[in-house]
Design a protein around this ligand. Structure first.
Ligand code: GEK
Length: 242
């Protein structure tokens, strides 16, 4: 795994993009930047194995290098499903295509597409995954995307939504951000790397509160939703389609 040193040297501020440089170190970057990432992937696999009904579809939206897709495909016992891994970064989708040709991943029912997840159709789904992707979608496009997902899920199907979150109480919000930065430094990132990445993400990753996510999910047609994982300002929710 190539080490992420993208923000190690001082640089002028520019918005974060999922380009080739990021894709080439992405596994190291996300593992050292999202507390509990490996656990979240593994449990997405467990949830998918429980909810994926034969003859249906799974969507991994903003799939990057397919961490969630591979966790699901390796944990679902049958092969009678279609898993659509979609990302609008061709640097990510090209790498995921090559990963899928490795012997250990061959013959998995995964199709990779390079597309904007706000423009796709969703149908006959039993599992949809947004693992740290909705936070990168412009806030005014989020309601429509969640509604498209709800409409494309079969009754009883699930959406797994993992997000960086913010807290309504300012002191707690500040505390969790601070503890998160401490976590990143414990993962080997310098204070400069943490500060420069934070600035690069400022206009690109827009976190919302858990209540805002729950409200949107209920409005879209998810009868129940709750948090199943949380560490500081990172959480993962599961929502069931009524
Ligand atoms: C994982 N889920 O490892 N359409 C398609 N893809 C998009 C869009 C869009 N409009 N906007 C952003 N992306 C992965 C991790 S990373 C999270 C997801 C992170 C893609 C973007 O190209 C990137 O690959 C992904 O969403 C977000 O389980 O880096 O914190």
């Amino acid at each position: 795994m190539k080490t992420d040193t993208i923000f190690a040297a001082p640089q002028s501020r520019s918005d974060f993009v999922f380009d080739d440089k990021v894709a080439s170190v992405f596994s190291d970057m996300i593992n050292r930047s999202v507390p509990g990432y490996a656990t979240i992937l593994s449990m997405i696999g467990v949830l998918a194995a429980r909810f994926c009904v034969p003859g249906t579809r799974i969507y991994d939206l903003g799939s990057s290098l397919g961490g969630a897709s591979l966790a699901m495909a390796h944990q679902i016992a049958h092969r009678d499903y279609e898993l659509l891994a979609i990302d609008n970064s061709s640097a990510m989708t090209t790498r995921l295509e090559s990963l899928l040709s490795l012997p250990e991943h061959q013959a998995l029912p995964i199709t990779v597409s390079c597309a904007d997840i706000c423009d796709i159709d969703i149908s006959n789904a039993t599992v949809v995954v947004l693992n740290f992707t909705l936070q990168f979608i412009a806030p005014d496009r989020r309601d429509a995307l969640i509604k498209t997902i709800a409409d494309g899920l079969r009754p009883g199907g699930i959406l797994i939504l993992s997000e960086k979150i913010r807290f309504p109480a300012e002191p707690l919000n500040d505390l969790f951000i601070d503890l998160y930065h401490e976590f990143k430094q414990a993962q080997g990132y310098s204070a400069l790397e943490v500060a420069q990445k934070r600035a690069a993400l400022e206009n690109v990753l827009i976190p919302e509160t858990i209540d805002a996510h729950k409200q949107r999910l209920h409005t879209a047609g998810f009868s129940s939703c709750d948090v199943w994982f949380q560490c500081f300002n990172f959480c993962s929710m599961v929502a069931v389609r009524s």
